[in-house]
Design a protein around this ligand. Structure first.
Ligand code: HEM
Length: 789
């Protein structure tokens, strides 16, 4: 009997009702019935009532207005075996059990953040699948698509649930679990008389209950073994060094113990896990089988697919997760104008190690202090090479450079000389008067501006001062004496080189474009380098002649003397440095030292001008330690704790080299479980790490006090604060930079009072512009006044 006022439908047969109408593919048969009875059809199948909805309008009405009324599920007879339905989410009635499991699933397992953490696991399983296809292709064997995809999906789910490869053929148990689940799926699909006539259930006329009990015993046995093992591991606190998996989430669950369960029973955990396998593996494999079938039936699409395949930058196998690539350009758009800022958004989505492809280059970006610590502590040597940009190959610049040299003998020799002979404390003490002299010249220049009521262009003034300091330390001469034409030429050429190095270059993404020099960058760089090398080599030749003629200099040994004095063993090391190496090394010290220092001090002044109370504290300290009428000397720096905190806080918020100088993998490497191919570039986002909420309270606020009384410094041991990098290739100039930053900024504060120009507002203060180093978008221009007291 059809219930009264039931939706229309075909008349039923005695006993079986509409069973015959369902046919072999009921979803297709129903389309024919729609023609006849409209979009809502009522059926009787044995003792059960069914309604079938066959139009989008009715479906919309159903889901929008009646969802809660129809939120229970029909439980098939076989699903009651071994109380399967009692642990299940998908079969559970609309109530607490369902709500708790569904919440856990949505919020703790399948939420974007957790999926990002497990992206690598899925990549790994897909890599295994591709290897399997390669194998079959080599042996000219056809691919059984649904089986292959089922196994792959199964393995993905297994890794996400238990953190193990469930289909490793060497593990008998695990293959068994897969087989048992396939068995459950098959038994569930057999039309069962007991679903139409529930009273038939106990007779098990088709033997389905028996089969289901067997496969369920098998499957539950496997699942519960994994669960027990994990419970024991957790009791013994075995360190797993892996992201939290689904099983952890289920075991961690704690409910209120009233309406919700206090903990999940082992039965619920087992069944819930089995049903995730059942729900996930079969549906994915069927869908992908259809994708492939449809595509292969459209041969006209194949050339297009192949073209897309070849133009599409391929992410290497088991590479860190990252945004999908666009054809040809890969992830170029993701970098945006200020890549260090854009990368923070990617961290939310893909986790602390992100993999990118830019044209032909592979890049990984490290976005957290923890991962940076692992990188520098355990993988420093594997990634100790540098990526050489196309313009850096002009005039063989890279062959004389320390910062671009591969991790090898030339790098080691130059680094040793730099650290032990040029930038060591003793040598820096000898050259302290030279720096003080340059700072005095800077203060005189400011006084001039004060007198003429002219604003100070802070970055320019500090760039020239740093340049002059470096010039004096290298050549023992004032390079920016305006009376000497040549020398301001060197400064100009170096600024030109810095600017050219900062222009994004297509040839870095597609090396084969290099020789075409589409952007004209090579040509301009050659000119700037000719100019700079010409001037540097003139100084070097003069010095060589002076030394040959033994002209008495009466000055401390400078960097150039050190480089000319060098004598290597002539075997692995060079016996002497070539003139090319000397010229390039000198130019790169100017490039690496002047810009970074001037940018940092510009930020120090910008931040301080927004916080007059910090200026007052810094000035008080300077008066106390240095004395109101004395000059700041480098020997005072150790006692200027507040000034040191100001410089640290500035470098935390504004590291001038926000990604450090990118490293490059010397050979294929394994990092954080990922496979990193040779030549992959590594960007460490020191900027993002310095502003990470996990490490810093109120990370975007300028608050020097946070460093007072703290031992944290920037010498590469505290990975939450690495403006100078860390490891073997950390900044060689740190000891000099440390002195210059404090000497110059301290002198500016001690000798003058500062105020912003009226046209400059505070909102403009934190806006950045990308170059080789990141600087303030609007150069800081300020008025100085002779200090009041
Ligand atoms: C505020 C000032 C400075 C900052 C923030 C800074 C930052 C950096 C950073 C982040 C690196 C890359 C580190 C890594 O790969 O882990 C670096 C490398 C380097 N820096 Fe600095 N730097 C500064 C000043 C200087 C100065 C004054 C000099 C020399 C006169 C200098 C010379 C170098 C050199 C030669 C390297 C390459 C080291 C190598 O590859 O082994 N830097 N710097």
């Amino acid at each position: 009997k059809r219930p009264s006022n039931f939706p229309p439908g075909p008349p039923g047969w005695p006993v079986i009702g509409n069973m015959l109408e369902l046919g072999k593919l009921p979803h297709r048969e129903m389309v024919a019935l729609k023609e006849k009875y409209g979009p809502v059809i009522g059926l009787r199948v044995g003792a059960s009532n069914l309604i079938v909805i066959s139009s989008a309008d009715v479906a919309a009405n159903f889901f929008k207005n009646h969802d809660a009324e129809f939120a229970d599920r029909f439980v098939h007879d076989v699903s009651k075996c071994r109380d399967y339905h009692k642990g299940s989410l998908s079969l559970s009635p609309y109530g607490t059990h369902w709500r708790v499991l569904r919440r856990i699933c949505t919020v703790e397992m399948l939420v974007g953040k957790r999926l990002n953490e497990t992206a690598a696991v899925r990549r790994k399983c897909v890599d295994q699948m591709l290897l399997q296809i390669e194998d079959e292709a080599r042996n000219l064997r056809p691919i059984h698509v649904p089986q292959l995809i089922f196994y792959t999906s199964f393995n993905i789910l297994g890794n996400m649930m238990f953190s193990r490869d469930l289909l490793d053929p060497s593990c008998k148990d695990v293959l068994g679990l897969c087989k048992a689940i396939i068995g459950i799926i098959e038994v569930s699909a057999v039309p069962n008389l007991a679903d139409a006539y529930p009273w038939l259930g106990r007779w098990d006329l088709q033997g389905l209950r028996r089969t289901m009990n067997n496969v369920l015993d098998e499957a539950i046995g496997f699942a519960s073994r994994f669960v027990r093992e994990r419970i024991e591991e957790r009791q013994m606190r075995v360190d797993q060094n892996r992201p939290k998996d689904f099983l952890d989430v289920l075991l961690d669950y704690e409910g209120d113990g009233k309406e919700e369960p206090a903990k999940f029973s082992e039965h619920t955990i087992n069944i819930f896990i089995l049903e995730l396998f059942m729900g996930g593996a079969d549906t994915s494999s069927i869908t992908i089988e259809w994708v492939m079938s449809e595509l292969l039936c459209k041969p006209e699409l194949l050339p297009l697919l192949l073209l897309i395949h070849f133009l599409w930058p391929q992410r290497p196998r088991n590479f860190p997760p990252g945004p999908p690539c666009w054809p040809v350009i890969g992830n170029m758009f993701e970098l945006g104008k200020l890549p260090h800022r854009e990368m923070l958004a990617l961290k939310e989505k893909y986790g602390p190690v992100v993999g990118l492809k830019i044209g032909a280059s592979k890049i990984i970006v490290i976005l957290s202090a923890n991962v940076a610590a692992k990188f520098f502590k355990n993988h420093d040597i594997q990634f100790a090479d540098r990526f050489v940009h196309d313009v850096s190959k002009c005039r063989d610049f890279h062959k004389g450079s320390l910062s671009l040299a591969p991790y090898g003998t030339l790098w080691r020799v130059l680094r040793r000389i730099g650290t032990v002979e040029m930038l060591v404390g003793r040598r820096l003490n000898e050259t302290a008067p030279v720096r003080r002299k340059c700072v005095d010249q800077m203060l005189l220049q400011i006084e001039d501006n004060v007198r003429d009521l002219k604003p100070i262009h802070v970055p320019q003034l500090i760039f020239y001062t740093s340049f002059n300091i470096l010039g004096n330390m290298m050549f023992s001469r004032d390079l920016l004496d305006p009376s000497c034409k040549d020398i301001s030429g060197l400064c100009k050429a170096i600024i030109g080189m810095l600017e050219l190095s900062a222009v994004p270059n297509l040839a870095d993404a597609y090396p084969w474009l290099g020789r075409l020099d589409l952007q004209g960058l090579r040509c301009e760089m050659n000119n700037a380098l000719d100019e700079a090398i010409g001037i540097a080599s003139r100084f070097v030749r003069e010095r060589i002649e002076e030394r040959q003629m033994r002209v008495e200099q009466n000055r401390p040994k400078d960097f150039l003397d050190v480089l000319l004095d060098y004598e290597g063993d002539g075997k692995e090391e060079p016996a002497k440095f070539s003139e090319h190496t000397i010229n390039i090394f000198i130019l790169e010290l100017f490039m690496g030292g002047a810009d970074t220092t001037s940018i940092t001090i510009e930020w120090v002044m910008s931040e301080l001008l927004c916080k007059p109370e910090c200026v007052a504290k810094a000035k008080d300290e300077l008066n106390r330690v240095v004395g109101p009428n004395n000059k700041l000397e480098e020997s005072h720096i150790d006692e200027l704790h507040y000034l040191q905190a100001v410089v640290k806080e500035t470098l935390r918020l504004h590291p001038p080299v926000p990604f450090l100088v990118p490293r490059k993998a010397i050979k294929d490497a394994k990092f954080m479980g990922y496979d990193i191919p040779k030549d992959t570039e590594v960007f460490v986002n020191a900027w993002g790490i310095g502003r990470d909420e996990d490490n810093w309270a109120e990370p975007n606020c300028f608050n020097p006090e946070r460093f007072l009384g703290s031992k944290m410094d920037y010498k590469g041991q505290h990975y939450e604060f690495i403006p100078f990098g860390s490891g073997r290739r950390m900044c060689m100039g740190l000891p000099l930079a440390h002195r210059m930053l404090h000497l110059i900024s301290g002198s500016l504060l001690h000798c003058f009072d500062w105020e912003l120009q009226k046209s400059v507002t505070r909102d403009m203060m934190d806006v950045e512009k990308m170059g080789v180093a990141v600087r303030k978008a609007e150069a800081l221009q300020v008025m100085a006044k002779k200090r009041t007291s």
